[in-house]
Each structure stands twice: as C-alpha cells, then as structure tokens.
Design a protein around this ligand. Structure first.
Ligand SMILES: [Zn+2]
Length: 143
C-alpha cells in the first residue's frame, strides 16, 4: 500500500508535538531522547529529500526552512547541555516547542510548504520521497 507523504509528515508533527506537551506537563526528561531522535530524522528527511525539489520554485521559503532547522538543532543542544528538570531546562524545552509549533503551522496550516510541494511534485516523486523517509526512519529505529 502506497503511503501518503503529507500524512506521514503530519503524523511526525503530531507525535513530536504530543511528546513535547507531555515533557513540559510532567517536567520530565525521560521522553527527550525520543523527541530528539524523531526531530532529527524528520528534519534530515526534509532537508535531504523534500525541500530540494521545492527550492527552485520558492528559494526564500526553503532557505528559511533550513535556517529554522539549524535553530532547532541549537536549541536541542542547549536542552541536552543539562538534562535535569529545572525551571531553566523546562524553559529551554518551551523554546523548542515554540519553534516546532511554528514549523507545523508553516508547513501545514498556512500550507506554505505543502502547497509548494503539491504544485511541484508528481505522485511518483511524492512516493519516492515517502520511501526515502521510511528508509531513514528504519535506519534510526523509528519504525
Ligand atoms: Zn515538518
């Protein structure tokens, strides 16, 4: 059965969003390694497979996306600096949550990137990207 690229990306977003909400609510570090793994794989997949074909159509939006990824990576690093459930730590997780919610909004709700993708990718290409994402997830023990 052919998977749907956009559904998969949405599922990734929802999963990370829920994990971040739990982490903040429970003030607990325990799910953070999973959040990090999910996010890094998601961002890597977007960067390697999803964004390149969209860049020719709207390079500013895509370059902006790359910069937001590196911002998220910096915040992840800050969070990992001290995994200790202090107010400082929770505050850092909240910064990551803001970035991710913004990312979700831009990709999906405002439909900026998904709209670009639907315009520029045919079904074959969408499926190819989907399977590349799947392979990357398998390699990182996410499936
Ligand atoms: Zn995304």
């Amino acid at each position: 059965m052919a998977g749907n690229l956009y559904e998969m990306l949405n599922e990734d977003h929802t999963k990370v969003k829920d994990l971040l909400e739990n982490t903040i609510e429970e003030e607990s570090v325990k799910e953070f390694p999973q959040i990090k793994n999910e996010l890094e794989v998601h961002m890597e997949g977007e960067k390697e497979y999803f964004y390149p074909d969209l860049k020719k159509d709207d390079s500013v939006t895509i370059i902006e996306g790359y910069h937001k990824h590196s911002l998220a990576k910096k915040v992840i690093k800050d969070i990992e600096d001290e995994m200790n459930e202090t107010d400082e730590w929770i505050a850092r997780v909240k910064v990551l949550q803001d970035l991710i919610e913004h990312h979700i909004k831009e990709e999906k709700e405002e439909d900026k990137i998904f709209k670009l993708a639907k315009k520029n990718l045919n079904k074959i290409k969408e499926y190819e990207i989907y399977t590349q994402f799947e392979d990357l997830k398998k390699k990182n023990d996410l499936m």
